[in-house]
Design a protein around this ligand. Sequence first.
Ligand code: ZN
Length: 237
Amino acid sequence: MIDKIDVLKRVQSLKNKIKELEASQERRKQDVQKKRDLIEEEKALAERKQEEKVAVQKDIDRKELDLKTNEGEITKYNVQLNSIKTNKEYSALITEIGSKKADMSILEDEILDTMSRLEIANQGLEKATENLKNEEQSLKDLINCVDAEVKETDAEIEKIKGEQNKYIDLLDEHSLNSYNRLSNIKGGKSIVPVVGNVCGGCSMNITTQTLNELMGSKDLVFCRSCSRILYLDENSD
Ligand SMILES: [Zn+2]
């Protein structure tokens, strides 16, 4: 028959192991979530790049339409020139044609500028789309990997729980209740060694009486300061 305290130490160590495994599962799930968040950002960026491209293209279309309108008007004025009677009307129309031609020249320059903006916008969109595609593939790979890891860890946790239950079955009700109560409050450190007359949980000195209890009693001994379950660490002397 193993000592109560040894059983409790096993139960605690197995419980801590389970917690560690659960925490590592949680971290891996968070990795997936982080990747998903990143992809949402990449998606939003690609959408913005697409909108940018459409806006620049619209700008070009509008300017080209203006160019055509001016061209049409110049043709119309040129026809009117043939039927003009007075010099005054003639020179007014010539001025008007000159002004339209100047407008057209400005528009042509603007269209060239906007064309290079379109090229930059296209490159930006291509890059964002490529990035998004890569990230989506990498998310798929990550999910497959994490799913397999989580499955494996689940099996390991089940195994440890089974082992833990075997030890729990060895405990009397009082010991188990004391441990469970402490474990809820103190977490993974509810059974602690006494090292150099000091409690391994709260670092307070142990009274001589407590020390005597630890050496003589088969019952659980609790720290008077922090209430943790104490044991003498034979290896620490
Ligand atoms: Zn203590």
